[in-house]
Design a protein around this ligand. Sequence first.
Ligand code: SAH
Length: 352
Amino acid sequence: MKSLSKINLFDFDQEHLKNYLCYAGEKPYRAAQIINWLHQRGVTNFDQMTNLSLKLRTYLAENTDNILPEIIDEQISNDGTRKFLFKLKDGEMVETVYIPERNRATLCISSQIGCPLNCQFCATATLGFKRNLTTAEIIGQLWQVIKKMENGGFAKDRIITNVVMMGMGEPLLNLDNVIRSLNLMMDDNAYGLSKYRVTVSSAGITPNLYKLRQHSNCSLAISLHAPNDELRSKIMPVNRKYPLKGLIIACKDFFAKEKRRAVTFEYVMLKDVNDSQKHAKELVKLLSQMRSKVNLIPFNSFPGCNYEPSTADAIEKFRAILIKAGINTIVRKARGDDIAGACGQLAAEVGD
Ligand code: SAH
């Protein structure tokens, strides 16, 4: 039996793999080759890695145990969205959502099992927090869905063009593993996605935004959901620790050196809570200091929640105020809500 303490190569981005290989007495350029086999070609059998020496292949076969999370269930929505349930090596579960659109497809992946932030309107919060996902478990969601697309032939013409870290968990509370995963997503030897097509979504762990920016060039979405501290602290307890003032400055700084990029602000529309025209005007003022985009998200309900979705009319009036102020604003279409795969509905329960 293989021991549990063996290295998992899926836990490494290229830099970390280089270090590991140097330690094993190998040349650093081998890292790109191995990453290419594992991630771009989806090959895990060392015998097939013919450009590596037999000595290195034997070493890797003996010293690594390259476990990935396994897909154990798949639900398909009427709109083509697919929700995958993954089982991890300790039996925990996590969900991933594949969202096809006309000429692209987005994979929404998870970063933690459950979530510690306790946002009042989110189903994942009801699970509490169990643990962080490893790099192998984060990147493994992408690896396995691609594999399934290749083998099962679904959506052949709409391969994954975008990845969003908008599944279960708070990515900025699992920063090291998230950064390694982002590096792999954007590595030309692995998945080769551009910085515009890999997005981290955060409820706003302000100091970690600076760290993220230091180590990654990814795109950023912030779950704002309220235009003032009083309301935001009520619906998102994390705001008590990291209030709006510092968060907004960090967002402004995030793309300060790339004038054409903008942070996306997500704003879930909760009836009679944050959806008035007064709130819209307050939001305009809050965002006036920087380039920004706003995604208004119609609230997706889940069992046991205390909120209701805003009316279409309220959403439209809210949007009109932002647009008039020159803020690029879209209303996010709910996708996969019939299979509990839409924003805020992920709770990783095995269906009957
Ligand atoms: N923790 C990160 C990643 C989760 S992303 C974050 O907060 O950004 C999931 C997005 O869906 C977030 O913007 C979240 O606030 C939003 N969301 C949560 N519950 C929702 C619900 N019930 N309906 C619509 N959107 C919701």
